[in-house]
Design a protein around this ligand. Structure first.
Ligand SMILES: Cc1ncc(COP(=O)(O)O)c(C=O)c1O
Length: 361
C-alpha cells in the first residue's frame, strides 16, 4: 500500500516514535504505574496551557467532552457564539440534550467580536457561553484573550471553549485567558491518533456541575474531575493514548512549545503565500488566520475528488471544504508530522494538476 501523507485537518500524521507508545505492554488502570502516567500527562497539559486547574482525560473523541461540558454546566440558558460548522455543533449538541440555547454567529471566515459578545451577555440572562477557539471549517483563530476577558466580566457565566484544533497548535495561556472548560482532541495539533479527549476544568465549572441533576455517568464532569484528583479515570481508559500523550508533551515542552508552534506557522505561511498567488484565501486578515488549517478558495471547475485522486497517487491527501463552504473552498492542514519540505512538494503537485488540467481527464 502506498503511504499517503495526511494534509487533512485531523486525523494527522502521527510520528513513528509516538506509534511506539501503542506497542508498549499494558498495565492495570488502577495502581501506581497508572497514577504516575496520568500525572505525567496531566502535568504536561497544565504546563503547556499555563494553568493549575483540573485536567480530565476521557477515552472518546472531543465531541464527547463538548457534550459533557454542556450537560454539566448549563443551568437555564446557553449562549453559543458560532463562527462556523464547529461553533454550530455546540448549539446542535445543546438542543439534542434538551437545553435552551440562543446562537449568535458571524459570516463564515470572520472571527467573533468581543464587544458583540459583551452586548449580548449583558442583555441575555445567560449562565453559560460556548464558542470555538480555532474554527476548523474556515481556518479562523478566534481572539481567545479578548473573548476570555469579556467572559471574566460576567461572574455568573461559565465559559466553554472548544480548543480541538488549537491546543498544541498555538500558544495558549489559560491563566491569562481563563476558560471554565477548555477541551481538545488527540488527533489534531498534538499529532496523536484519534480516541482521547482532554479538558481543563475550573473550580467554578466543578461547582456548577455539582448543582445540576441528570449529568449522566460517562460524561459527568464532576465524576471525571473526582477521578482526576486521584490520578485515575472513572472507566478503563485507552492506556496507550495516555502514554503517547505524555511522550508528545515531553517533546513539545522541551523549549516550552516554541519550535513546535514555529513549525506550524512556517507551514501555514507557505500555504497562505501559495494560495494568495493562485485562487485566493478565505481568510485574508492575517491576525485571525489559523496556524493549524487554511481554507483556500476553490474555482468552480476544480474537482477536489479528482485532485485528491491525483495527489494520492503521489502520496498526499488534502481535505475538501466543510459544510456550507464545501462547494467553494478546500483545506490544507498544517498539523501533525509533516515538514515544510513536504508541504512544498504537496503544493507543487497541486500546481502540476491544475496546470496540466488533469481534472478534465
Ligand atoms: C473545532 C472542532 N471542534 C470539534 C471537533 C470534533 O472533534 P472530534 O471529532 O474529536 O469529536 C472538531 C473535529 O474536527 C473540530 O475541528
Amino acid at each position: 500500500m502506498t503511504k499517503t501523507t495526511l494534509f487533512t485537518p485531523g486525523p494527522v500524521e502521527v510520528p513513528p516514535h509516538v506509534w511506539e507508545a501503542f506497542t508498549r505492554p499494558l498495565f492495570p488502570h488502577r495502581g501506581d504505574a497508572m497514577h504516575a502516567l496520568i500525572s505525567r500527562a496531566e502535568d504536561g497539559l497544565r504546563r503547556l496551557l499555563h494553568t493549575d486547574q483540573t485536567v480530565v482525560l476521557l477515552t472518546a473523541s472531543g465531541t464527547a467532552l463538548m457534550e459533557a461540558a454542556l450537560r454539566s454546566c448549563v443551568r437555564n440558558k446557553l449562549l453559543v457564539y458560532s463562527i462556523g460548522a464547529f461553533g454550530d455543533r455546540w448549539a446542535e449538541l445543546a438542543r439534542d440534550n434538551g437545553l435552551t440555547v440562543d446562537t449568535i454567529s458571524e459570516t463564515w471566515g470572520h472571527a467573533a467580536r468581543p464587544e458583540r459578545l459583551r452586548d449580548v451577555l449583558r442583555r441575555g440572562n445567560y449562565d453559560t457561553v460556548a464558542y470555538t477557539h480555532n474554527e476548523t471549517s474556515t481556518g479562523v483563530l478566534n481572539p481567545l484573550p479578548e473573548l476570555a476577558a469579556v467572559c471574566n466580566d460576567f461572574p455568573e457565566v461559565i465559559s466553554l471553549v472548544d480548543g480541538v484544533s488549537a491546543l498544541g497548535g498555538v500558544p495558549i495561556n489559560l491563566s491569562r485567558s481563563p476558560a471554565d472548560i477548555y477541551l481538545a482532541s488527540s488527533q489534531k495539533a498534538l499529532a496523536l491518533p484519534p480516541g482521547l479527549a482532554m479538558g481543563i476544568v475550573s473550580d467554578r465549572a466543578r461547582e456548577r456541575a455539582r448543582t445540576l441533576l441528570n449529568r449522566g455517568y460517562y460524561l459527568d464532569i464532576d465524576t471525571l474531575c473526582q477521578y482526576a484528583d486521584k490520578r485515575e479515570t472513572h472507566t478503563t481508559p485507552s492506556i496507550p493514548h495516555i502514554s503517547a500523550l505524555a511522550a508528545v508533551l515531553k517533546d513539545i515542552l522541551v523549549d516550552g512549545g516554541q519550535a513546535h508552534y514555529t513549525g506550524l506557522r512556517q507551514k501555514s505561511k507557505r500555504v497562505r503565500e501559495w494560495a494568495n498567488d493562485r485562487t485566493g484565501l478565505l481568510v485574508t486578515d492575517e491576525t485571525i488566520a489559523s496556524p493549524t488549517v487554511t481554507a483556500i478558495r476553490k474555482p468552480e471547475t476544480l474537482d477536489i475528488t479528482a485532485l485528491n485522486g491525483y495527489l494520492t497517487e503521489r502520496g498526499f491527501l488534502i481535505a475538501s471544504g466543510y459544510g456550507q463552504l464545501k462547494p467553494t473552498t478546500f483545506r490544507i492542514g498544517h498539523m501533525g508530522n509533516i515538514s515544510l519540505h513536504e508541504t512544498r512538494r504537496l503544493l507543487s503537485c497541486i500546481d502540476q494538476f491544475t496546470t496540466n488540467d488533469r481534472q478534465d481527464q
